[in-house]
Design a protein around this ligand. Structure first.
Ligand code: SF4
Length: 99
């Protein structure tokens, strides 16, 4: 069965430190090339969309490059974003503008 929507952890970074959460314990992030490869593969399976989550996804380094579908060569795949309340407003507006 092909998942139509995939939740993808874009980063573990978060500007909160909730005691029960493991998300902010690591700051490892995949490179842009690896991201593009994963999303391209998901698209080839027939997946329709990716929910970008974290941590807080807008805190990812090179955020705008990581959500620019044209650069990642994945036009046709929908991106959604799952924000923490204190997300980066600047990067969220970039996400809306790009997507
Ligand atoms: S990702 Fe959510 S639960 Fe985890 S530290 Fe951030 S706000 Fe808290």
């Amino acid at each position: 069965m092909i998942p139509e929507i995939i939740n993808f952890k874009l980063t573990s970074r978060c500007n909160h430190d909730c005691s029960y959460c493991y998300a902010s314990r690591s700051d490892k992030e995949l490179g842009l090339e690896e991201l593009g490869g994963i999303f391209t593969r998901a698209k080839s399976w027939g997946t329709k969309g990716i929910v970008l989550c974290g941590g807080e996804p807008t805190l990812r380094r090179e955020f705008d490059k990581a959500v620019r579908k044209k650069d990642l060569n994945i036009d046709g795949l929908d991106f959604y974003i799952d924000l923490v309340q204190t997300h980066s407003k600047k990067n969220f507006l970039k996400f809306i503008k790009i997507n």
